[in-house]
Design a binder for this molecule. Structure first.
Ligand code: SAM
Ligand code: SF4
Length: 343
């Protein structure tokens, strides 16, 4: 077991969470992520092999990475995903390995992924209405996503978290938003709403159309009573959490569950960010919104040592900016879209 100095940036933030995108390909076309006709996929030859992913993760783990989240694109489209999970879970010290997915196909793979070491999943679900799902994701796959969510719970990939992005005039009707919360509470899933960020491939994000965290909470409060949980329980987690009680119930009533709001745009949490990202083509990104990135694939394939790779990762974190700057007049959307970064 090799232990290196932790990954601390120049603002004192210690990095413990690595997001690894295992593919940029996807089975859906969520409007807030990519256009209906998709984006050109990264060339196959640039994609890291399982062995390469595990080697880079091993270096990252030696620098204090404790949690690895697999993402994409849609990670379930990677054929050797079970091998990736098994390789990461076998690292020493062993990181916690989780995954963010649209759930399509998870019903067939949940048990094998759990067996390989996956601990839990976040499944994206923006609506419970088939027509709305089709208009938002451009594919008729709601039933597959729901089957995936239930299979994850059955396989013990818990707590199952559900990520929802609201888009104005598409899936934001108060009763539909409340219905998502009811669904999550009934099944014991943890629902978290994420503000739409300027990361879509078609650069269609418009601040005036974005549904803010405050607006999301107001929608939820048309159906339930929400009480903010104390801030200390949040740590570096981006979600502001609320206890959910039946409408009009007092604080003495046991909560039905909780709900989260991730207000990345209106209430940035950059000050406590502990995340670093590795793209499917082997680039380190120190922020979702970074305009630059560090190529690890080329040195890796050219025979770089673990120490050399570690220094490249450290230099990337060392150059991390204090915040994403979305609210600054000089903000520029990064050229790399969400599906090629890994959310
Ligand atoms: N395909 C998987 C999925 O959808 O869960 C994993 C990759 S996806 C890029 C990761 C997460 O990012 C999803 O929860 C998705 O809803 C979210 N996401 C994508 N584009 C977004 C955007 N522009 N703003 C906020 N969240 C976004
Ligand atoms: Fe695919 Fe996830 Fe992007 Fe939707 S958000 S298009 S499921 S990568």
């Amino acid at each position: 077991m090799m232990i290196r100095e932790p990954l601390v940036d120049s603002y004192g933030r210690v990095h413990r969470d690595l997001r690894i995108s295992v593919t940029d390909r996807c089975s859906l076309r969520c409007t807030y992520c990519m256009p209906e006709d998709g984006v050109p996929w990264l060339p196959r030859a640039t994609m890291l092999t399982t062995e390469e992913v595990v080697r880079l993760a091993d270096v990252a783990v030696s620098m204090g990475i404790e949690e690895i989240r697999l993402t994409g694109g849609e990670p379930l489209l990677r054929r050797d995903l079970v091998d990736v999970v098994a390789g990461l879970s076998a690292l020493d010290p062993a990181p916690e390995v989780s995954m963010t997915t649209n759930g399509i196909g998870l019903d067939k793979n949940a048990a094998a992924l759990r067996e390989a070491g996956l601990t839990r999943v976040n499944v994206s679900l923006d609506t419970l209405r088939r027509d709305v799902f089709i208009s938002l994701a451009k594919r008729d796959r709601l039933a597959d996503t729901l089957a995936g969510i239930h299979a994850a719970a059955e396989a013990g990939l818990v707590p199952v978290k559900i990520n929802t992005v609201l888009m104005r005039g598409v899936n934001d009707a108060d009763e539909d938003v409340v219905a998502l919360l009811t669904f999550a509470l009934e099944h014991g899933y943890e629902l978290r709403f994420i503000e739409q960020m300027p990361l879509d491939a078609q650069h269609g994000w418009d601040r005036s159309q974005m549904i803010s965290g405050a607006e999301i909470l107001a929608k939820l409060r048309t159906g339930y009573d929400l009480t903010a949980q104390p801030d200390e329980s949040r740590g570096s987690a981006p979600a502001e959490l609320f206890d959910v009680r039946p409408w009009g119930a007092g604080p003495e009533v046991e909560p039905l569950g909780m709900v989260g709001a991730i207000a990345s745009v209106t209430m940035p949490f950059c000050g406590s960010c502990d995340r670093v990202r590795l793209t499917a083509d082997g680039m380190i990104r120190n922020c979702l919104f970074a305009t630059g990135e560090t190529d690890l694939r080329t040195p890796l394939r050219d025979g770089a040592s673990d120490d050399e790779l570690a220094e490249l990762i450290r230099a990337s974190i060392g150059a991390k900016l204090p915040g994403h700057g979305i609210n600054e007049p000089t903000f520029l959307q990064p050229p790399r879209p969400m599906s090629r970064i890994g959310g």
